[in-house]
Design a protein around this ligand. Structure first.
Ligand code: ADP
Ligand code: MG
Length: 701
């Protein structure tokens, strides 16, 4: 067996390494930078850089990179070697404090949504000392934030760190009101559960749609899908198991607490969950996890699909963002406590989250929006596009009792009054039975389930942190002025429950009736990305984000443009890939098969004579049907081509163009797919040019 404790974090320049390798005073100033965000002096940075380089070289590294998270959703890195020429044609290995702290990638090609014209090519990267440096593939990776010269964020990390500061500031005000003097900081924590598919690499490479777009654009339903539910938690196949083992080990080396792994509901679908950590580290680690999943699958002759809906008709993949708020002293603010005092604080934070989700449901929906995730949200397996919260019957009972002023008789027969008596202890398992809710309270954390599997978790957590910070700010403003804290607190909780309980829904979110009921309650139902995105540039959104210094107005608009453009690009590439596949593969295959059928028919007719009439029903039937469908396919193909052509027209704005993609291009794509999938079921396997759903979903044995 491997020495896991020795392996864990062995490629991370973590606290233990810093302590061992840095002079005491340098270590102390670095710790201060990490915990309090104080700037690092250059001479300190020089010492840290040298220690980092020596450590990295000991581990076999030759290069360093500023590792950052541009708006593409994946990470970026540009490698520089440590070498520096000296006299006599020799070199030394160097890494300066300046190189550690700040980098200038030629980053003109990253999306900036108009924030930075490409001629001002230089954005710069700054070391994020709150996330440890690590070695990946022989390169020392320094986690960094990426900004323009005028200071605008060009990445996902900068606003995430800002949102963490916002919630820290407001939650600390609340803690003070409850007399907490020991906590110095409040942090949000996240444990993201990651779903993915594994299929055989050979199959993958034969599907241009998977290679170019990450999802199958054609494919008839297989005879067996997920209906037997025999895959969920099923025994893990040896090839998959070998992959998971290597993945665990590589993640452990990078200090990622990979914890749970199992098969998911759909065939070929799996899940990995780490132990939670602070939100910015969880974000970095989730990016690393996705990256390693892909590269390690490749080593094992498989392809890892992170797309939200690689296969129609079987479950897609999501990411569950388990989110909570804690103090630096380890107190979880979403954990119901044992004393009346702690319970009152818990209830206040709980209703703050309820209010935040209700008031900013549209922003939360935006944070889970992408062209790919549109295939999931609202389909039968994922939460619907309607945001609601599940808090369980027991907690709901308590909130309703508070609202009506009645005393709460829980199962344990304990009386409940804010700030006076004790909350009935409710067993955690009773709070997690609802798997259909987009946002569920699970005992001491919330699980936001709408995220797509390929997402960076930064976006949704930026929104969550900021909206909760905003409500905590409102609460603190009110309570700091209070003359009678207990009474005002009770009134505030009561009023918040009354005003915002419409967002709580403990029933089945997949039921048709919920859609009607949600409408009655006035909740949003933003079905597609195009419907959702405008909420991001609303005045309400701008007020929120600028007030908490998370985004400037310019940053909001640039992100909106990037997201709208991204939506259009995804659909454009999908449409072109479909056209290409039909012309280059599917049409020729249909022709070949028809040719074989026609030849056979001709031969049968030619050798029929007199009373020896050979039956040709089957050939005629197939030939007629395939000819008919092929003609229809040509019609739909031509329609798609002409629709794609119209995307070059002038549109009023990004919204108008994206709407055209959704309403016209996507419809034309769906119509073409329908015909092609029917052709697949009629065609001979010998001629069909693509691996089928059955081939792919059951390819790894
Ligand atoms: P499930 O949702 O499948 O029932 P668990 O309840 O064990 O699984 O936890 C799921 C994820 O939630 C794990 O990644 C876990 O580390 C994370 N988690 C647990 N506590 C917290 C917390 N306080 N903050 C954030 N994430 C947490
Ligand atoms: Mg879960």
């Amino acid at each position: 067996m491997k020495d896991v404790t020795g392996l864990f974090g062995s490629m991370v320049f973590n606290d233990a390494v810093m302590q061992a390798r840095l002079p005491k005073d340098v270590y102390r100033s670095l710790k201060k930078t990490i915990s309090r965000g104080t700037p690092l002096e250059l001479d300190v940075a020089n010492v840290v850089a040298t220690a980092m380089k020596d450590w990295a070289i000991d581990k076999g590294a030759t290069h360093f990179t500023h590792w950052f998270q541009p708006m593409t959703g994946v990470t970026a890195e540009k490698h520089d070697s440590f070498i520096s020429p000296t006299e006599g044609g020799k070199i030394i290995m160097e890494f300066s404090g300046k190189e550690l702290v700040r980098g200038e990638p030629d980053a003109s090609s990253f999306p900036s949504g108009g924030l930075r014209a490409t001629f001002e090519a230089r954005g710069y990267t700054v070391w994020d000392a709150t996330s440890y440096a690590f070695i990946k593939d022989g390169t020392l990776c320094v986690p960094t934030a990426f900004c323009s010269y005028s200071g605008e964020a060009l990445d996902k990390k900068t606003p995430l760190l800002r949102s963490m500061e916002a919630i820290d500031k407001q939650a600390m005000r609340i803690l003070k009101l409850f007399g907490n003097t020991s906590a110095k900081r409040v942090i949000t924590t996240v444990g993201p559960e990651q779903e993915y598919f594994l299929i055989d690499k050979e199959m993958y490479l034969k599907r241009p749609d998977l290679v170019f777009t990450g999802r199958t654009l054609f494919g008839a339903r297989p005879p067996k899908g997920q209906e037997l539910e025999d895959h969920y938690f099923g025994s893990i196949k040896p090839r998959v198991s070998a992959f998971m083992k290597e993945l665990d080990e590589e993640l452990w080396k990078l200090g990622v607490h990979a914890k749970t792994k199992h098969n998911e509901v759909a065939p070929a679908q799996h899940e990995l969950a780490p132990i939670f950590s602070t939100t910015n580290i969880a974000t970095d680690h989730n990016q690393l996890t996705m990256e390693l999943m892909k590269s390690i699958a490749n080593k094992h002759g498989m392809a890892c699909l992170l797309h939200e809906k690689p296969f129609a008709g079987v479950n897609g993949s999501g990411k569950h963002n388990n989110w909570s708020i804690s103090t630096d002293t380890g107190l979880n603010l979403l954990e119901p406590g044992d004393t009346p005092h702690e319970n009152a604080q818990f209830l206040l934070v709980l209703v703050a989250v309820i209010k935040a989700i209700d008031e900013y449901q549209d922003l939360l929906r935006v944070s889970a929006a992408s062209a790919a995730n549109d295939h999931r949200l609202g389909a039968n397996e994922a939460p619907p596009a309607i945001i609601s919260m599940f808090i369980g019957d027991e907690l709901m009972g308590i909130l309703e009792a508070i609202e009506s002023g009645a005393s709460y008789k829980g199962k344990k027969k304990l009386q409940m009054e804010v700030g006076v008596s004790v909350l009935p202890p409710f067993p955690k398992d009773t709070t997690d039975r609802n798997r259909t809710s987009p946002f569920a309270f699970t005992g001491n954390k919330f699980e936001f389930r709408m995220l797509g599997s390929a997402f960076s978790i930064a976006g949704p957590n930026i929104v969550l942190n900021t909206i909760v910070a905003e409500v905590l700010r409102q609460f603190a403003d009110k309570l700091e002025k209070s003359k009678n804290f207990t009474k005002d607190l009770a009134d505030l909780v009561k009023k918040t429950v009354a005003d915002h309980k419409r967002i709580v829904f403990n029933g089945n979110n997949y039921a048709e009736e919920w859609v009607t009921e949600a409408k009655k309650r006035g909740l949003s139902n933003l079905r597609t990305t195009v419907d959702a995105l405008p909420a991001f540039i609303s005045k309400k959104s701008a007020d929120l984000f600028t007030r908490h210094h998370v985004f400037t107005e310019g940053e909001i608009h640039s992100r909106y443009e990037i997201m709208m453009e991204g939506y259009c690009k995804v659909l454009h590439i999908e449409a072109l890939t479909m056209i290409d596949m039909v012309k280059g593969k599917i049409m020729p295959a249909c022709i070949e098969y028809q040719n074989e059928l026609a030849k056979l028919l001709e031969r049968k007719i030619s050798i029929s004579c007199g009373n020896m009439e050979i039956d040709t029903t089957l050939e005629k039937h197939l030939l007629t049907e395939i000819s008919k469908l092929s003609a229809c396919m040509l019609k739909k193909l031509t329609a798609l081509e002409s629709t794609v052509g119209k995307t070059k027209d002038k549109y009023k704005d990004a919204l108008a163009q994206a709407s055209f993609y959704r309403d016209s291009v996507f419809t034309a794509m769906s119509e073409l797919r329908l015909i092609v999938d029917e052709l697949e079921t009629l065609s001979s396997k010998k001629y069909w040019p693509l691996p089928t759903y059955a081939d792919m979903l059951f390819s790894v044995i």
